[in-house]
Design a protein around this ligand. Structure first.
Ligand code: GLY
Length: 322
């Protein structure tokens, strides 16, 4: 009897021969581009995170290491001004950070919300997932836990300087005080398993203690290893009231592509919400087959995609209102 390995080898040889024949004759479809591993994230700054995450995977690192490494870099850079400690302070002048991480196999997750002075909330979220029996820690408790776990932190007393800087900046009429650009990053690894993470300072000028969609599973991020994953950015209140990423994944389960599912959920929210399409929400999603998509309610939405074939920023226009 032929072994499984030699059968696979025969199949692979046959596929390669067919694919070569097809590219000569133009009669059969050529072999698809490799889609695994694949890293997808929000906004142009996501490209930096994607490239680091992909490098982790290509060196044999885990999908969780990839998610954490990519997001840590954006937290460190705080380049867009709304992720990490350099992000947007709340109404009291202090950044309070939200983050979560989720792993497809075993449906594990960890999350921190409203945490102050923690340099890498994504790492704190991963420690919640891996070192506790809980899923979510908030505020002082989340900070205490992160410190106890050795996650890099700054003295929260130092945040007073940040407040002064923020107040000075807030006087500048050119500064967009309300906007915020969360990083959500999704990874499909070479074995077809999925993980994701999300990190943000949330809306600038939010009330102290306000928690957005980003650390809430099913709102800012959702991963289901049977189907796919979705991540969100934009005004958290308009995402979390609809469990939007959970909904996107469930629509993919029912047969929609990631692109269709993202668009469908924007339309669904707009249909119900008093704001209509003026929601300021954007989504990314990928599925087990390596298909991906994105949609936005009322703006051009750039997002980043990386595979072994290349790394780039793509853009999607706002959905056309129905
Ligand atoms: N999407 C981030 C937030 O609203 O906090």
């Amino acid at each position: 009897m032929r072994s499984k390995t030699s059968t696979c080898r025969v199949h692979r040889t046959l596929l390669l021969a067919l694919s070569a024949l097809a590219s000569c004759a133009g009669a059969l479809p050529t072999a698809p581009l490799p889609t695994r591993p694949l890293v997808l994230s929000t906004w142009p700054f996501g490209q930096t995170a994607n490239d680091l995450a992909l490098a982790v995977l290509q060196k044999g690192g885990s999908r969780l290491d990839a998610v954490e490494t990519g997001i840590r870099e954006i937290e460190r850079l705080s380049s867009d001004g709304s992720v990490g400690l350099g992000g947007r302070p709340n109404a009291a002048g202090y950044p309070q950070l939200d983050a979560c991480i989720m792993d497809g196999p075993q449906h594990r997750a960890g999350s921190v919300a409203g945490v102050e002075g923690i340099v890498h909330p994504i790492t704190a979220a991963r420690r919640v997932m891996e070192a506790t029996k809980h899923v979510m820690l908030v505020g002082e408790g989340a900070r205490w836990f992160a410190l106890e776990q050795g996650v890099e932190a700054v003295d929260t007393k130092d945040l007073a300087a940040k407040k002064d800087a923020w107040v000075a900046r807030a006087r500048d009429p050119k500064v967009d005080r309300a906007g915020h650009d969360t990083i959500a990053l999704l990874v499909l690894d070479a074995d077809g398993h999925i993980a994701g993470g999300c990190s943000t300072s949330g809306a600038g000028g939010k009330l102290p203690g306000r928690v957005g969609d980003s650390p809430i599973l099913g709102a800012g991020l959702y991963v289901d290893d049977e189907v796919g994953a979705a991540g969100a950015t934009g005004i958290g209140e308009n995402v979390m009231r609809y469990c939007a990423t959970f909904l996107i994944v469930e629509r993919m389960r029912q047969g929609l592509t990631p692109q269709q599912a993202c668009e469908e959920v924007v339309h669904r929210i707009a249909r119900v919400d008093p704001k209509g399409y003026a929601l300021d929400i954007c989504f990314i999603a990928l599925d087990k087959q390596g298909r991906y998509g994105a949609a936005a309610s009322n703006q051009m939405f750039p997002y980043a995609i990386a595979t072994s074939a290349g790394s780039e920023v793509q853009k999607v226009a706002a959905v056309t209102a129905r």
